[in-house]
Unconditional design. Sequence first.
Length: 195
Amino acid sequence: MTAQISDGFIFNGEDFSLTGFTDKIPFYPGDYEITPKGVSSACWRGFYRIFSIVNNELVLKKFNVNDANIEKDISGPKINGVKPNLNTKGRSFFNKSYENVDLKIVYTGSILIGKGFIRDLYVHMGFHPAWKFKKVFELTFDKGNLIETIDLSEKMVEVRKEVKKKKTIKNNEIEVNEIAKWIKESFNQKYIKRL
């Protein structure tokens, strides 16, 4: 297994990784008759998205996909009027990329974004959670409109301390059912808002 390519998020002009959400973000390739196909062990789902906030609204800025239907539809489909660029020369995992899509995402819920991944916490599995990043924000939306921003960076320092404490207590003795649970959780980016 390999750590997965996370969705990206441009926030205040900086690049972040999307590390969690209270509800899935409602942009699905299937809604546009795109069938993603896994491209490597680093991207089983076959696509990644980059979101941003424009005029206080959540938007899809960029979408990269390895489209299984490329033979049938080499020049499309369009997303928010934008045609894909083709990446057929092997310079990318993905055979289509959509730039400057600016599609408003009508999303109600919270998203965690992180920047400054702590390399010592790398695990060769799933998506990296927020506590593995130095700079973390929680962004809360109502119908796609940003209504709250909370800096959780200091909170993540405390979470890292707790995780380290638990690992020390277990002394690396992990049962088989715990491993299966850990694998499942490492691919799940959903979190429960506790603040």
